[in-house]
Design a protein around this ligand. Structure first.
Ligand SMILES: C[S@@+](CC[C@H](N)C(=O)[O-])C[C@H]1O[C@@H](n2cnc3c(N)ncnc32)[C@H](O)[C@@H]1O
Length: 273
C-alpha cells in the first residue's frame, strides 16, 4: 500500500474542498442534525480519515456544532492520526483508531449515525463495498454513508498533448492495482457504490465533484504530474522517452494550462419508509 504524506493531503485539501458538492455535504449535515430526536448523541465514523479533512469540510460547510458530534477517525497510518489529534485534539469527542479498514467486522461502526470517507473508495475492492453495505444495512438503525471524491477515470488537460489518452489509460490501469483490499475499484468506485447501496435499502444521491485546476493550483498539478509519471512508468504501452516528453510538456504548462480531474460524491441515506 502506498503511503499518503501529510504534505500531499494538505496540498490537495483546498482543491478537494472546492470540488465537494455543496448540496450533498449540506444534505449529509442535515441528516445528522434533523433525523434524530433532540439530545441524541451523534457519531460520525470517518474511514481512511488521514489528518481529518472530512471533519474540516463539515466544520467549514455550516454552523454544525462540532462539539456536539463525536468523530471517530479511522486510519492505518499513525502519523496521519497524530496530525489529526494535533489539529483537532481540542474537540472533546474526537477518537482516533489506528487499524486496517480491510477488517470490516472489527471496525467501530456500532451506534454511528453517519459513515464518511473522502478519496478512499477508489482504493478499495468491490468485496469491501459489498461487505460494508451489508454491515451497515444489518445494523438496527443503519447509518448513512457520505463518500466524497471518488476518482471517475477522467482527466482533461489543456493544451492537449498526443500522449494524454495513452497516459490516462495507463494511469487508470494502475488505479485498479491492489491497494491493500484486493483489486481496487479505481474509476468504477462511484458507480459501484451507487449500485450496491441502491440495492441494499438506501436512497442514493450522487453529484460530480471535479477538481478544476489552473495556475493557482500549480503546486498540486506539479505533484499530480509527478505522481502520474511514477504510476505509469512501468506500463508496457509507454516508453521512457515518450513519458519524459509528456511530463516535461505538462510541467512546462503549469502556469498556462488547465487540468480537470473527474470525481463523484455520493450520499446514501437509509430508507426508513
Ligand atoms: C487518499 S487518502 C485520503 C485521506 C483523507 N480522507 C483526505 O481526504 O484527506 C487515503 C487514506 O486512506 C488510508 N488508508 C488506505 N488504506 C487503508 C487501510 N487498509 N486501512 C486504513 N486506512 C487506510 C490512508 O492511510 C490515507 O489516509
Amino acid at each position: 500500500m502506498t503511503g499518503f504524506s501529510i504534505d500531499w493531503l494538505d496540498l490537495r485539501e483546498a482543491a478537494d474542498r472546492c470540488a465537494r458538492d455543496d448540496k450533498l455535504l449540506e444534505q449529509a449535515r442535515y441528516w445528522l442534525s434533523e433525523s434524530f430526536a433532540p439530545g441524541t448523541e451523534k457519531t460520525v465514523v470517518d474511514l481512511g480519515a488521514g489528518t481529518g479533512s472530512t471533519l474540516r469540510a463539515f466544520a467549514h460547510a455550516s454552523n454544525t456544532d462540532q462539539q456536539a458530534l463525536c468523530w471517530r477517525l479511522l486510519d492505518q497510518d499513525a502519523a496521519l492520526l497524530a496530525q489529526a489529534r494535533l489539529r483537532h485534539g481540542h474537540l472533546q469527542r474526537l477518537q482516533t483508531y489506528e487499524l486496517d479498514l480491510a477488517e470490516i467486522s472489527a471496525l467501530p461502526l456500532a451506534d454511528a449515525q453517519l459513515i464518511t470517507a473522502s478519496a478512499l473508495f477508489d482504493l478499495v475492492s468491490a468485496d469491501f463495498v459489498d461487505t460494508l453495505a451489508l454491515a451497515l444495512q444489518s445494523q438496527q438503525d443503519p447509518p448513512a454513508l457520505y463518500a466524497a471524491l471518488n476518482y471517475d477515470g477522467t482527466t482533461t488537460w489543456t493544451p492537449a498533448h498526443p500522449l494524454d489518452e495513452v497516459v490516462l489509460d495507463a494511469f487508470n490501469r494502475d488505479q485498479q492495482r491492489d491497494k491493500g483490499f484486493g483489486m481496487a475499484l479505481g474509476p468504477e468506485a462511484g458507480s459501484y457504490l451507487e449500485r450496491v447501496f441502491s440495492g441494499s435499502g438506501f436512497k442514493v444521491f450522487t453529484a460530480n465533484s471535479p477538481w478544476v485546476l489552473d495556475q493557482l493550483d500549480c503546486k498540486l498539478v506539479d505533484a499530480l504530474i509527478s505522481g502520474i509519471g511514477e504510476a505509469v512508468a512501468q506500463d508496457s504501452t509507454l516508453d521512457t522517452t515518450s513519458l519524459q516528453d509528456w511530463i516535461q510538456f505538462r510541467k512546462a504548462h503549469l502556469f498556462t494550462g488547465t487540468c480537470v480531474v473527474g470525481h463523484t460524491d455520493l450520499l446514501a441515506l437509509p430508507d426508513r419508509d
